[in-house]
Design a protein around this ligand. Structure first.
Ligand SMILES: [Zn+2]
Length: 290
């Protein structure tokens, strides 16, 4: 590892130890570093065989599909397959546990765009985690007869068991339904207590105004920069004693964003670009503590 990179990670390690508070932002790059990548063609071939056979290559290719092109039966076949992989086949990732070990006992908060529930599954106190884009565990009513959202595990297992592998569709009689009105359910994403998490996040940031705040951004790219990336730059700008550590590999996957994890010049030396895989940085931080 280049000396400059080691020095940057040492600075991060010091800041984790000495800061009053730690704010972590986690994007898809963190789960990818943990082995759960929506660009993983091998896993896709193995766990989404019906889709692979139809010419698709990786899970992210499918996100957002289906509104126009797919029947409702195929949409559910896809969601059930995808969520079963993310939530049941893929196990809690040790990388997340290592991250937890770095901040345990400190005053920390996590905001994440990941819906995969790895923070929950690895023992993070979920009162300190805000899943900004919701998560994969809930269903809601497609007709909005209630604001209630409910756990989707059984309904999705039922869909999985009834997928017609000739058509890759779930027959209408086996689709998830709203338990209140009987209409079709849909993926909930935002659980009914989403606002509670948002308020905790906002309060954490507001209360950190005069504190020494260590801001760590892990694997946040340009898919949804309004969720973590841009707010974190503004938070760092607004809180004088904060430092932003932007950890990401160069954006090689995106033709328009080649290069290192850039930081705004306005933040001066209060922002540090760490051009490195999140898994490597977290492991180095763990090793530095020994
Ligand atoms: Zn309903």
């Amino acid at each position: 590892m280049p000396q400059l990179l080691i020095e940057k990670i040492e600075a991060l390690s010091r800041e984790i130890e000495e800061a009053d508070r730690i704010l972590i932002g986690a994007g898809a790059g963190l789960s990818a570093a943990a082995g759960l990548s929506y660009f993983d063609e091998d896993a896709f071939k193995k766990y989404y065989p019906d889709m692979y056979a139809r010419g698709f290559h990786f899970p992210y290719e499918l996100v957002g599909r289906g509104d126009d092109e797919w029947t409702i039966g195929r949409k559910w076949a896809y969601w059930a397959t995808h969520i079963n992989y993310v939530r049941n086949i893929f196990q809690p990732a040790p990388l997340y546990k290592k991250l937890l070990s770095l901040v345990e006992g400190k005053d920390w908060f996590v905001v994440t765009s990941n819906a995969d529930r790895q923070f929950m599954r690895n023992g993070f106190d979920m009162e300190r985690v805000f899943e900004y884009q919701g998560h994969y565990d809930t269903l809601s009513c497609s007709k909005r007869c209630t604001h209630h959202t409910w756990n989707n595990y059984e309904a999705l297992q039922h869909v999985l068991a009834h997928i017609d592998h000739e058509t890759f569709e779930c027959p209408a009689e086996h689709l998830p339904r709203c338990p209140y009105c009987g209409e079709l359910a849909e993926m909930g994403f935002r659980p009914e207590d989403w606002n509670v998490g948002r308020d905790r996040y906002v309060n954490f940031v507001n209360e950190s105004e005069d504190m020494r705040l260590c801001i760590i951004e892990l694997g946040v790219g340009f898919n949804t920069p309004a969720v973590i990336r841009w707010p974190f730059e503004r938070i760092c700008y607004a809180i004088p004693r904060s430092t932003l550590f932007r950890v990401n590999r160069g954006y090689l996957d995106y033709a328009n964003h080649k290069g290192y994890p850039k930081i705004p010049a306005e933040l001066g030396n209060r922002a540090v670009s760490i051009d490195c895989d999140a898994a490597e940085v977290i492991q180095t931080l763990v090793d530095m503590r020994k």
